[in-house]
Each structure stands twice: as C-alpha cells, then as structure tokens.
Write a protein that binds this ligand. Structure first.
Ligand code: AMP
Length: 590
C-alpha cells in the first residue's frame, strides 16, 4: 500500500505528516519548520512562492500576497464579510487555485522528507464546511496532484489525536478550538464507532491575534511611547513582541519586553505579568462562552452530559483559557495532547488507518491470535478467540480425563492451529488435586487480558479453592505482523488435515473411553448376558480397538465402530442401571 499524507490545511498555517514505521509523525521543511504559513505570493512575472518565503513578501507586496484563503472557501453563516487586503481576481487566481498551491507545497515538503513520491492524502476541514466547501477543498487537492482519500472534519481529527476513537457508544465530547484568528466549538457523539457532529458554533473573528492587538496597545500605553502617529509604522514590531510575551506568559509569571530602537530615541522596556495579560484577554476569551452554551443547547445537552472536553489551537495553551473552559463545562479539559498539532496528528492517524500502515498500533487493541490451552489428546481449546477487543475475560471448567490423575498441566497456547503442538506455548501451570476417579476434579481456568495486553491466567481447583496465577507480560498481543500472517496462512493451508486430525483424536478418545467403560461393565455383569450378546459386544469392541490401531487412520471406520459398540451395549447399559438401583435399594433397606 502506498503512503497517505495527513494534512491540516489551516487558515493561518498548515501541517503535513505521515505514519512512519507505525508512528504518526509531522514532517518538517528544509528549514526544519513543521508549520507552513498558509500564504502564497504571486509575482507579477508569474513566480509562485508558498509558506514562510511568501509571508516575507507580504510587507513588500501585500496586494499579491494571499493569506487566509480558507476564509474565502468557506464562510460561517451569519458572520460579517471578511475583506482580504489582496484582490484575487486581479492576480487571476481562485481560492481553490491558491489552496492547491499550498497543498502542492506541502506535498513537496513530504516528498523531500520521505524521499519518495506521494500522491494520496487525507485533508481536514472545519466541521461547519458544507458539501460545496468540502468539494472545493477536494478539488484543490486534486489540482495539487493528490488523490483525496478522505475529507475529515477538524474536531473529529482532534478527537482521534486525543485517542478518543476508543470511547464507548453514545459518549459525547466537546472540542474547544481557539487558534490565531478563529474560534470553533463542536459537540461530537460516538455512534457505531464513528463520531457524529451534534452541533457546531463559533466566531471567525476571534482568536489569539485579537489578544495580541489588545496587549500591544496596553504595552504601548505602559511604555510612555510617543503618540500612536509616530510609532504607527512600528506597530507590527510591537505586535510581534506582544505575541512573544503572551506565549511566554503561558508558562512564566512575568516577562520583560524589550524593543531597542523602537524609534530613533526610544528604547522600550516594559515589565508585564500574567495578571496584566489576563485582565486584557479576559473579555475576549469570555466571548467564547455564549458559543459553547449555544452549541450545548443545539445538541440538547447539559454540560455534565459531556464525557470529555478537549483543547485544540495554540491559544488554548493560555492558563486563563483552560480555567474559563473548565468553568463553562464544569470539568477540567483534557490537555494531554499538543493543541496546535492535534488536528494534523488526527489527519495523519486517519491516513495511517486508511493505508493500513497503522495496523501495528491498531493490532494492540485486539488479540492478534487466539489464546487457549491444551486439552487431553493434544488438542487446542480456544478460550479467547483471535481479534477479540481488549480488555477481555473468558474461562472454562476442566476435569481429569483419567482415573487417579493427580496433576493437570495447563499449557497456555497461542495460535490458530487445531493441534496444540502446532501452536506457540506462552507458559504453563501445574494444578494439583487429590487423585480420584475420572471426571472427579473440577479446575476452572480463566484468562483475563487487560488494556495493556497483559494476560493473566488464573486456575482454581474448586475442591481445594487453591488459586494459581500466571502472568504473561505482552506476548499475548505483541506479535510480529509477519508471524501473525504466517500462523494464519498455515492454519488455512493445513485446515483440512488439521480438522481431520482433530476429528480423529476426538473419535479415538471416545473409542478408548468406551473400551474402558465396556470392560468395567462386562466385569460387573457380563455373566448375566446371553452368549450371542456377549459375543457381539466383544467383536464390536475388537473392531474399535482395531480401528484405533489401524494405519493409516480411517476416521469413518472408527466412528462406525464406536457407534456399533454403543448400540451393542444397550442391554448391558440397562443391566448396569438395574444393578445400581438394586444396590441402592439394598443399602436403603439394609
Ligand atoms: P493555531 O492557529 O492553532 O496554531 O494558534 C495560533 C495562536 O496560538 C496564535 O495566536 C498564537 O499566538 C497562539 N499561541 C501559540 N502558542 C501559545 C502559547 N504558548 N500561549 C498562548 N498562546 C499561544
């Protein structure tokens, strides 16, 4: 199977990744950056540049530098029109063309990093994108030379990255996504193993950039700077410094902002604290609250009906955002993943599932091969079948097959073959019990496999209540793919002879059991039978013995011999029962 790329085609920046050796990874460009600005520059003479280089053109050639084109592909209903600073028709491009150029650039980054051609991709879009907007994104992918295997909704991708695809049916989650320029809230529900979007809401004009603007303005007012007029041209510097300080304040309590030569005389130095930033950011972040509540109402849910709240977007790294989210939903958000890479990671995971390259990882969630124990006669008795989802538990009761047996050896086996000897042994336990007649011992064997793939084999002698536990670390699930394939292929190749061997063994055991029982019965009441009957039984028994010892094995002949012996001993069985009843009556009377 060829590789499939996972692509987060974002408003301000994009990411691309792939599953490599079973692990989802994001790929870096030649400069080592994994974030590609979603910006394209179209020079008058026709040259196209994309990414960081295009971003650098923005100050020099703003009319021909296209950014945030995603806003032109899909607008949220009811939002005011967003006006770009460039004129796409003047440049002679459509939003789909620009998206295609960005996607082509991402494809090149991936091909350079992987040193091979890649032509398939999964691309994410916002949950609120309608069908036409999804089709437009797909068309952009195709123009870039990519077969778009799936258009994946961003919150669903994020949920995949957070590992929530393993949630139980009907579980509900909220995906709170606050990026640089947009805010999205989505409520999802797990149905039939896939996420359904119950509701979405948001604001396309709210994000980290607004916080930067407000913070920059506050810094200017603190820095006793010359009037706005004078530093107007320097505002982008101040914004960059504000953003850097804002990010630092997510993990530090205070930061000093220094901008030497802000103008010819002035050196700016302002001490800021997280509390200052939070005062400024609070009203902006609070604006997300009503959208969250609306989405909940639309989904017909109360906050306490949500099972998880996950965070997406760089701005959710702010401690204030996390506190407000916890307050809105009445539960601490899950912060286990990198919020600005979660969507891309989810796209990569989905791509890996589609291409089959994530099988190694997925296999960990099910038993790759059947688990069982050896039973009498060397047969495999499956306790947990192959492909059972973890965690799981199953057990059976076993008994002694031979009289006076005082030990049972439990061999824990893995594999698909009918005969124990062809499967792999993972461990063994010896269970001791007082010797007694055949069938008198009762030994329960229970297999439990936890979510981490640790197999615990518990044996319990019901008479003595003695337990023995054997723990097998990971070999129950950690099996090399090639070995699994070989085992399955062999079980298919040998299915016919294996099955014949099993039927033969079962018939042989039955025959041997019959011979012992008949010998015992004849010893007890053989003298009561008429000559003909005794002769018939003896010749049927001889036939069973002959069939058992006959080479090559003839299972049909043995089965027929078993049946004849069974039929021939009907009156012997009646005699035995009568004998037993008489003995019981005598005991009662006597
Ligand atoms: P995204 O579009 O999801 O990458 O989000 C980008 C936004 O996240 C920008 O506004 C960044 O300033 C903001 N951001 C990134 N890292 C942090 C951080 N550590 N603390 C606060 N905001 C951050």
């Amino acid at each position: 199977m060829s590789a499939i790329l996972g692509i987060d085609l974002g408003t301000t920046h994009s990411l691309v990744g792939v599953v490599d050796s079973g692990f989802p990874i994001l790929l870096a460009d030649a400069e080592g950056s994994r974030l590609t600005p979603s910006v394209a520059h179209y020079a008058k003479e026709g040259a196209v540049t994309v990414g960081a280089r295009a971003l650098r053109q923005r100050a020099l050639d703003p009319e021909r530098t296209v950014s945030s084109v995603k806003r032109l592909i899909g607008r949220r209903q009811g939002e005011g029109d967003w006006k770009p600073s460039y004129d796409l028709t003047g440049i002679g491009k459509t939003p789909v063309d620009v998206s295609a150029d960005i996607l082509r650039h991402l494809k090149n980054i991936a091909e350079r990093a992987l040193e091979m051609e890649v032509s398939r991709a999964v691309i994410t879009v916002p949950a609120y994108f309608n069908d036409a907007q999804r089709q437009a994104t797909k068309r952009a992918g195709e123009l870039a030379g990519l077969t778009v295997e799936r258009i994946l909704s961003e919150p669903t991708a994020a949920a995949l990255a957070y590992g929530l695809d393993k949630l139980e049916e009907r579980k509900k989650i909220a995906v709170y996504d606050l990026g640089g320029g947009t805010f999205d809230i989505s409520i999802l529900e797990m149905r039939d193993g896939v996420f359904q979007v119950l509701a979405t809401a948001g604001d396309t004009q709210l994000g980290g950039d607004d916080i930067d603007r407000a913070f920059a303005d506050w810094i200017r007012s603190q820095g006793i700077l010359p009037s706005l007029e004078i530093i107007k041209g320097k505002m982008p510097w101040l914004r960059d410094a504000a953003e850097t300080a804002k990010k630092k304040l997510s993990s530090h309590d205070e930061v000093t902002i220094e901008i030497p030569f802000l103008d010819s005389q002035k050196h700016l130095s302002v001490r800021t604290t997280r509390t200052d930033l939070e005062k400024i950011a609070l009203p902006l972040i609070e604006r997300t609250r009503r959208h969250c509540l609306r989405a909940l109402t639309d989904a017909n849910l109360k906050p306490d009906q949500l099972d998880e709240v996950i965070l997406v977007g760089g701005s959710t790294r702010m401690p204030l955002v996390r506190r407000i989210v916890a307050d809105i939903f009445g539960k601490e958000p899950n912060i286990s993943q990198n919020p600005d890479e979660a969507v891309a990671m989810g796209a990569v995971i989905q791509a890996g599932i589609l291409s089959g390259s994530l099988r190694n990882v997925v296999l960990l969630d099910v038993t790759p091969l059947s688990l069982g124990i050896e039973t009498f006669g060397g047969l495999m008795n499956v306790i947990i079948p192959r492909n059972t989802t973890l965690p799981c538990k199953a057990g059976e009761m076993f008994t002694n097959a031979v009289t006076n047996q005082s030990e049972m050896l439990i061999r824990v086996l893995q594999g698909e073959r009918e005969l124990a000897k062809d499967n792999w042994e993972l461990g063994r336990i010896a269970v001791l019990f007082p010797s007694g007649p055949k069938g008198s011992a009762r030994v329960g064997v229970q297999f439990s496999l936890d979510a981490n793939g640790i197999l615990q084999v518990l044996t319990r002698n019901t008479a003595t209540k003695a337990d023995t536990v054997l723990e097998i670390q990971s070999s129950a699930v950690n099996v090399d793919d090639a070995q699994v394939e070989q085992m399955i292929a062999e079980s298919v190749d040998h299915a016919f002879e294996d099955m014949n061997e099993r039927i033969w063994t079962e018939s042989r055991l039955k025959g041997e059991e019959l011979l012992v029982a008949v010998a015992e019965a004849l010893a007890q009441c053989g003298t009561l039978l008429i000559e003909d009957e005794l002769h018939k039984i003896k010749s049927c028994a001889a036939q069973v013995r002959d069939s058992i010892n006959h080479e090559p094995h003839d299972v049909k002949k043995l089965k027929a011999a078993n049946q004849s012996l069974d039929d021939a001993t009907q009156s012997l069985a009646v005699l035995l029962v009568e004998r037993a009843m008489e003995a019981a009556l005598e005991r009662k009377l006597g």
